[in-house]
Design a protein around this ligand. Structure first.
Ligand SMILES: [Zn+2]
Length: 92
């Protein structure tokens, strides 16, 4: 299925790039060894060369949150604070 951008180009619904430059046949997503959360400015999210979108195509465990101020990421801050993860920086 296709979608039209504001410029009326046919866009791939999966990768979000124009169908003429669709990356889907060449991208085989892999699992990153960690979960990745990217804080992205809304202007960047609309950029045609959106590298976060490209990264999310290649890695399964990437989540992009859009916002401009710390207040926009309050839920992430709370989630990190509630996290049960503990990091050992002194292995022995
Ligand atoms: Zn595509």
């Amino acid at each position: 299925m296709t979608d039209l951008s504001p410029t009326k180009r046919l866009m791939c619904e999966h990768c979000g790039y124009p169908q003429i430059t669709c990356l889907c046949p060449w991208v085989k997503p892999i699992d990153a060894p960690i979960n990745i959360v990217i804080l992205q400015h809304p202007t960047e999210a609309k950029h045609a060369k959106n590298t976060v979108r490209l990264l999310a195509l290649g890695l399964n465990n990437v989540r992009a949150l859009q916002g401009e101020t710390a207040a926009d990421f309050t839920e992430l801050t709370k989630s990190v604070a509630r996290s049960a993860h503990q990091y050992n920086t002194n292995p022995s």
